[in-house]
Design a protein around this ligand. Structure first.
Ligand code: IMP
Ligand code: MG
Length: 187
């Protein structure tokens, strides 16, 4: 779906499909460069956070020129409103044991950082070799976070955005661009 298909629902496009693809490419080149030269025998494990990270996971994984494994977690921190509840709950856990693994959490967006800091601590407690974070989008508050986001795509203003996996009440995930949702849609 293109921005023009839901034009009346959007205030403005922040990042086009092409810009997103370019930035994903940059992130992949950095991730590849950080692979240990000697290797530890196990591929990097990408952990996608459902459902928002589905698009970034699909594009990032295919753009990477190194072998990876993919697993998924579902946690809830947002209902169908536009504000973080502060409550993190595991809805679906990993199928993979993290013992000794190099883990890269793949996130769509970091807002308050509540979800992320909880997730990093949770995965670190499972004995992995390392846990790093890749997030396509970062809101201003996230930059004050204690949690280090090693790979981050775009810093965006503190507005509610949709598209490229991000939803409002489960809609707009299939929008190819990232756009600010028009306030009349949620007020
Ligand atoms: P945090 O815990 O406040 O960092 O929120 C993280 C989660 O909230 C993200 O993974 C998204 O699912 C959701 N979220 C935060 N900001 C937005 C937004 O602007 N649009 C859509 N979802 C958002
Ligand atoms: Mg998310």
């Amino acid at each position: 779906m293109q921005p023009s298909d839901v034009e009346g629902d959007l205030s403005r496009v922040l990042h086009t499909e092409t810009e997103i693809a370019d930035r994903i490419g940059d992130l992949c080149r950095r991730i590849e460069a950080d692979e240990p030269a000697d290797g530890d025998g196990r591929p990097l494990l990408l952990v996608g956070v459902l459902k928002g990270a589905v698009m970034v996971m699909a594009d990032l994984a295919r753009e990477l020129r190194i072998p990876v494994e993919m697993d998924w977690m579902a946690v809830s921190s947002y209902g169908s409103s536009t504000r973080s509840s502060g409550v993190v709950r595991i809805l679906k856990d990993l199928d993979t044991e993290l013992d000794g693994r190099r883990v890269l959490i793949v996130e769509d967006i970091i807002d308050s950082g509540l979800t992320l800091s909880w997730l990093v601590a949770n995965l670190r407690s499972r004995g992995p070799a390392s846990v790093e974070v890749c997030a396509l989008l970062r809101k201003p508050e996230a930059q004050r976070l204690a949690v280090d986001v090693k790979y981050s795509g775009f810093d965006i203003p503190n507005e509610f955005v949709v598209g490229y996996g991000l939803d409002y009440a489960e809609r707009y995930r299939n929008l190819r661009a990232i756009a600010v949702l028009a306030p009349h849609v949620y007020t």
